[in-house]
Design a protein around this ligand. Structure first.
Ligand code: 5GP
Length: 185
């Protein structure tokens, strides 16, 4: 079995590698159909969790795409729903007049995505849409955050793997899983 050392820390696999790859193929097909075939799409990867997803998604989008990367950090606790988002690394490219697809790993409260969309809209792109691999609808505070494409809805559990970390580890698992509880403490 692959990655035996990491597997031992996982209590439950929520989404297998095959399920991920199948759904990402579907998302890629849907995205390819939704834009005109000559659209140049900028994929914006929200670091670091969306790296795996963007790499696989891009290979399933039948359009000319470019990559850019943004690193943000969410501020604000559960008690502060109007928390803000700090940009640690901004985009390299000018998105003015261009079609932008934000690629996120997971939407929890929706705060991060809401702020990123708001910021990018100030730069006058032709369009801004978002795709997320995972969504925790129970936790969503920002009800009005529009996500055009959603891979999987998952329960309110802390998940790792396929880009998602716990203390920077587990990103290289090829599936989405839940960590054993004793590892949190
Ligand atoms: P939001 O701003 O939507 O509350 O949070 C989004 C960010 O929180 C994600 O991009 C991700 O970095 C982190 N996050 C939320 N839920 C999880 C989870 O279950 N596992 C991991 N590893 N990160 C999560």
């Amino acid at each position: 079995m692959k990655l035996k050392v990491l597997n031992e820390d996982i209590a439950e696999v929520i989404i297998t590698e095959e399920e991920l790859q199948q759904r990402i193929r579907e998302l890629g097909e849907q995205i390819s159909q939704d834009y005109d075939e000559d659209t140049e799409l900028i994929l914006i990867c929200i670091l670091r969790g969306a790296v795996m997803f963007m790499a696989d998604l891009a290979r399933n989008i039948n359009l000319p795409v470019t990559f850019d990367f943004m690193d943000v950090s969410s501020y604000g606790s559960g008690t502060e729903s109007s928390g803000t988002v700090r940009i640690i690394k901004d985009l390299e490219d000018d998105i003015g007049g261009r079609h932008v697809l934000i690629v996120e790993d997971i939407i929890d409260t929706g705060l991060t995505l809401k702020h990123v969309i708001k910021l990018l809209e100030t730069r006058d792109p032709a369009s801004v849409r978002a795709v997320t691999l995972l969504d925790k609808p129970e936790r969503r505070e920002m009800k009005h955050v529009e996500v055009a494409y959603n891979g999987f809805e998952i329960p309110d559990k802390f998940v790792v793997g396929y880009g998602l970390d716990f203390a920077e580890k587990y990103r290289n698992l090829p599936y989405i899983g839940v960590l054993k509880e004793e590892l949190y403490n």
